[in-house]
Design a protein around this ligand. Structure first.
Ligand code: URA
Length: 204
């Protein structure tokens, strides 16, 4: 995996790790973002869900997956019989990267360097939590956690066993569903997503 080795972080609690991340200057993304959006959830979580990076709403709220993609995620988890409150939810990159477009801020993809540098935090979160299953939501998380060779369309619902990490379940990113214009197609994709997420239960 393309996760930075963690040279074990000196801290041993998630809250300390989160406080450290508030001042992160490892890459330049902190300069334009409102704040670091760290992971959220229980230290004893058996499931860790990993997205790409915070969006506009998350950047303002300081919490992961609270915007439109978060709503899709929450509903789909509930349909799959998984309680979000019992999961730890985080992102591959902890700052919002965007292009200003008038008054709007348009999401732009983190580059390989930003992903690699930020992955130190993700690895540290995983080392502290030691979940039974990690869910990669979309390509950025899957490529970082498993390998650049993962392709979501071909590998979704597969479980990977990267060295030094818990098993990783690959699925789509919920914002993919939001981009589908056709209502029926969006429903089909939502059902597939729920089916993917239901795989989590085999590990609990
Ligand atoms: N998309 C993500 O990948 N993460 C979030 O927290 C929100 C949207």
């Amino acid at each position: 995996p393309d996760l930075l080795e963690s040279e074990h972080s000196a801290v041993n609690s998630l809250s300390e790790l989160k406080s450290e991340a508030e001042h992160c200057r490892r890459c330049d993304l902190y300069k334009n973002a409102t704040q670091t959006v760290f992971g959220e959830g229980s230290r004893d979580a058996e499931t860790v869900l990993v997205g790409e990076q915070p969006g506009d709403k998350e950047d303002l709220a300081g919490r992961p997956f609270v915007g439109p993609a978060g709503i899709v995620l929450d509903r789909s988890l509930a349909e799959a019989g998984i309680e979000r409150d019992r999961c730890y939810v985080t992102n591959t990159v902890k700052h919002f990267k965007f292009e200003p477009r008038g008054k709007r801020r348009l999401h732009s993809k983190p580059n390989a360097g930003e992903i690699r540098i930020c992955s130190w935090w993700l690895r540290s979160e995983l080392e502290l939590i030691k979940p039974k299953i990690v869910v990669a939501l979309g390509a950025t998380a899957a490529n970082c956690l498993v390998s650049k060779a993962v392709r979501i369309t071909k590998d979704r619902r597969r479980i990977f066993h990267p060295e030094g990490l818990p098993p990783v379940l690959v699925t789509i990113h919920p914002s993919y569903i939001l981009r589908i214009r056709d209502r029926d197609q969006a429903d089909i994709e939502t059902r597939e997503f729920i089916r993917d997420l239901a795989e989590i239960r085999k590990f609990l």
